[in-house]
Design a protein around this ligand. Structure first.
Ligand SMILES: C[S@@+](CC[C@H](N)C(=O)[O-])C[C@H]1O[C@@H](n2cnc3c(N)ncnc32)[C@H](O)[C@@H]1O
Length: 291
């Protein structure tokens, strides 16, 4: 998975919309607010999206638009722009080896010593259109032998309000479902028409979806006592400092001995020394030490 290369004819030098100075100012602003870090190589991608939003709100000069993003009390335009700047690609049962690891080993470790009936909290941070948290839910129901013994709380969040709405609606096309066994599709989804399936209501209701920017310490402070955090294929869009800051906020959000799962191309060891890499037969997870 990668950012759309979206290279255009004017990747070098000023583009029609943004001067070099404006591009720098915009990237610094976006990095500060969202953690998303865009280099020169993404200039055409960024420029196109900013120009589209400027046209949509009828603002002619970039500095005026930047002021709107900075100071609009409702934050509405910033949200609309952020929705255009994120990469939301995902699908069901992506990086399945980690879900295998969750039900084959990690969760048994998490609950060891806990009373039946106690809470287990799992958070998909950067859930995009919902395939990841629903895959977690289905894998637990199908394959974790102790699923009925504990009070499982599933949280899912994203910075993009549009994808969160789609996640809550739970309607998917074949492309999203490709990696999922057909018997599970038949069991957990209702066919709406030739192209679309909707995930069953019980699953939609079982996940607590919310709008959360993982680069915002105040929003992150609402998440505590998590046993497992999935933050996959999101931190690749952050710079080194942003990744370190996010790692430290995830550390605070986890219970002692809790686990964090990253995408296959990501390594916590390169981001932060707060976690201990744990090599399980199916996957490497990163664990918050006991103390
Ligand atoms: C490529 S998707 C990954 C989806 C899923 N985790 C997976 O691995 O398939 C990355 C998601 O991260 C979200 N994202 C980007 N920056 C974020 C931020 N600062 N806070 C929360 N979510 C963010 C994007 O909106 C996008 O939906």
């Amino acid at each position: 998975m990668s950012l759309p290369s979206d290279k255009g004819p004017s990747d070098k030098g000023d583009t029609a919309g943004l001067s070099a100075a404006d591009y720098d100012a915009f990237c610094r602003f976006l990095r500060e607010r969202t953690g998303l870090s865009f280099t020169e190589a993404k200039r055409y991608f960024v420029d196109r999206r900013v120009s589209e939003r400027m046209a949509a709100v009828g603002v002619e000069h970039f500095r005026q638009y930047l002021n709107l993003l900075r100071y609009q009390a409702s934050g509405e335009e910033l949200q609309l722009l952020v929705n255009r700047m994120t990469v939301n690609e995902t699908y069901f049962f992506r990086e399945m080896y980690q879900l295998d690891c969750l039900v084959n080993a990690a969760l048994d470790e998490v609950v060891s010593g806990r009373e039946p009936g106690s809470r287990v909290r799992i958070w998909s941070a950067g859930c995009a259109t919902g395939e990841e948290p629903y895959s977690i839910a289905i894998t637990l129901l199908e394959r974790w032998s102790r699923v009925d013994e504990f009070e499982i709380e599933l949280y899912a969040s994203d910075i993009d309000s549009h994808v969160l709405e789609r996640a809550q609606e739970g309607i998917y096309e074949e492309r999203s479902l490709q990696a999922m066994p057909r018997d599970l599709v038949a069991k957990y989804f209702t066919r709406l028409d030739d192209q679309r399936w909707q995930i069953m209501e019980e699953l939609r209701d079982s996940i607590d979806f919310s709008l959360v920017n993982i680069a915002d310490p105040r929003q992150m402070a609402n998440f505590r006592g998590m046993d497992v955090i999935f933050c996959r294929n999101l931190l690749i869009y952050f710079d080194d400092l942003g990744r370190r800051e996010a790692a430290s906020m995830f550390y605070d959000a986890l219970s002692p001995c809790g686990f964090i799962c990253l995408g296959h191309s990501e390594s916590m060891s390169r981001m932060s020394s707060l976690f201990v890499p744990r090599r399980f037969p199916d996957a490497i997870l990163y664990q918050k030490p006991q103390s």
